[in-house]
Design a protein around this ligand. Sequence first.
Ligand code: ADP
Ligand code: TRP
Length: 325
Amino acid sequence: MSKILTGIQSTNVPHLGNILGAIWPAIELSKNPSNTCFYFIADLHTLTSVKNADKIKESTKAVAAAWLAFGFDTQTNLFYRQSRVPQVTELAWYLNCFTPFPMLANAHSFKDKSERLSDVNAGLFTYPVLMAADILLYDAEKVPVGKDQLQHLEMTRDIASAFNNLFQQEVFVLPEGLADSRVMTVPGTDGQKMSKSRNNFIDIFQDEKALKKVIASIETDSKKLEEPKDPDTCNVFKLFALLADTTQTQTMRSNYTNGGFGYGHAKTALFELILDKFKHERDTYNRLISQPNLLEKELAIGETRATALANEKLKQVRSLVGYGN
Ligand code: ADP
Ligand code: TRP
């Protein structure tokens, strides 16, 4: 049995890139009965960048509804808000005291963010330690993350080893990072990597009119309707191919190369494919978003179970560092 854990920040509604690149593969892992999955909403990490309570609440609901809409089973796995198991912040404090300052100062993600953002706070600096606490609190063995997060996994292992070595026992399990081997990068409407921060994302849950408008905004070249087109350089085709089956993709490819098929047609086909492919997920998401009590109930199951596990681990750690009875 493997314990798999991952967190997704609640900064916005998950977009098509998050869904195909993170949620889908994680849901697949959770369907293997020999895995127990801890999937949580990293809403404490969100506070390093979002200072708006309503925004945090709304995004947390959106992220929760998206995981559930894609079929995450909250009975056999654990699904929770990081902030509802605040034991993690106590563990993060202990781990902070086992983390060498230069390790954090050299983190790529901190260097990158501190150059780009105006709000460079201490939370952003110690972010990897809270992430280590997320992982070590539950003895997670495997942690699926994007490539940019692999360095944080290395830090987690270093911090856990320093702690284990000092106390001469296996208090913490050393986790392994799982970077998605398929290296799927979903393009956004401008052809760059789809990202919240680039504002080039497709929110598959929005109403049809808004969705149609975003799809219409996907950038293409200016070839005329009758001209043959190159599918491999077209963002509309790339997105279509990520979602379609082989026959649909072949037909679309011929439409492009034969000519007489405009980008407007391709966009309509992509719009219809999204509606068709995600009908169930769109319906479930919108039902859950309008019934926050249901969401609350689903999260509460995981939060109770996670709290029990967190208390057990903290008891052991408190006693080792000098705060036990
Ligand atoms: P964003 O860039 O929109 O802020 P995040 O950094 O919060 O997205 O990413 C959350 C997860 O979604 C990560 O695991 C990341 O690898 C995945 N992801 C984000 N954008 C894409 C994309 N365009 N293609 C594939 N996966 C993506
Ligand atoms: N830092 C991760 C991200 O931005 C989110 C995260 C927080 C996480 N805690 C985690 C991921 C623990 C994996 C394990 O994508």
